[in-house]
Design a protein around this ligand. Structure first.
Ligand SMILES: [Fe+2]
Ligand SMILES: [Fe+2]
Length: 281
């Protein structure tokens, strides 16, 4: 099973319709996913679907997503807004007002979490959401499961994009996940960079964004003293493929469009593949 992750689409940042660069960047990644020899079984967009949570932006998002051949599931980020989203995507399920649901029809069970607090940039995971997650995990405690969410519950080292030590919502999530041992991987977005770590004894990966990426710099940052550093850079849009081989998950990351091909698997170079597989006599 292949689960593709796209994140931080920020559709509508540069205006409505075709003028939005982030919509063009999403189309590039859509092309890359459609062109794979083995395309993904499912695509999950882990939040910040639009820049401003307004209906026209969600309409634009819906139009661009039609290009992707695999079924696409959506999660909320801090830029999203529940009311306008629901008008354009009425079929997505809410529980207690939160966009949390499971996807059951694949080899790996997928649990999508909602970490949105409409009044804040940072993550949120209240007791109602934690209770829902606990109940879902208790239903199938032995089935391989992955968790999709927007805000990664980790300290990233990037001073302006990280959690506060001891954040309550992180402790709450940790408390639930620590009670189960069947969660194979957590994948998140929000930071606009690839990051790899563990949380509650589970591997966690953060995807690059569809929108421009965050500049990698781990220098301390003083919120009172702007020092002129770069915060966002115009790197290519990125995505992840989470590959389930029947036993465990491997996460791959790429950008789109990819570079020019330098080596093809044709008759002339067939020996390369035989060599890498140690099939030479
Ligand atoms: Fe974002
Ligand atoms: Fe975000």
């Amino acid at each position: 099973m292949i689960l593709a992750q796209i994140s931080d689409l920020h559709i509508g940042y540069a205006g409505q319709g075709n003028v939005c660069k982030n919509a063009a960047r999403l189309r590039m990644v859509g092309d890359a996913l459609n062109d794979l020899k083995r395309p993904p079984d499912i695509v999950i967009a882990t939040g910040d679907l639009v820049e401003h949570g307004v209906e026209w932006a969600y309409k634009d998002l819906k139009n661009v997503l039609k290009q992707i051949k695999a079924p696409v599931y959506l999660a909320f980020g801090n830029h999203d807004r529940r009311g306008p989203f629901t008008k354009i995507f009425p079929k997505f399920p809410y529980v207690d007002g939160f966009l949390q649901y499971t996807v059951e029809d694949h080899a790996v069970r997928i649990i999508v979490l909602d970490t949105l607090d409409e009044n804040r940039h940072g993550g949120s995971f209240c007791q109602a959401r934690a209770d829902w997650l606990d109940a879902r995990l208790a239903e199938q405690p032995n089935r391989p499961t992955v968790i999709a969410m927007h805000h990664p519950p980790i300290r990233t080292g990037i001073g302006w994009l990280t959690i506060k030590p001891g954040a309550k919502w992180v402790e709450r999530l940790n408390g639930v996940l620590s009670r189960y041992d069947n969660v194979q991987h957590i994948f998140a977005g929000h930071i606009h960079r690839n990051i790899f770590k563990s949380f509650a004894g589970i591997t966690i990966s953060v995807s690059q964004a569809i929108a421009p990426q965050a500049k990698l710099d781990l220098a301390d940052i003083d919120p009172e003293v702007p020092d002129g550093r770069s915060l966002l850079v115009d790197d290519l849009p990125g995505f992840c493929l989470h590959f389930w081989n029947g036993e465990d998950i491997t996460t791959h990351s790429a950008q789109a469009p990819c570079g020019k091909s330098l080596l093809h698997y044709n008759k002339k170079y067939a020996y390369v593949v035989r060599h890498t597989l140690d099939l030479d006599k």
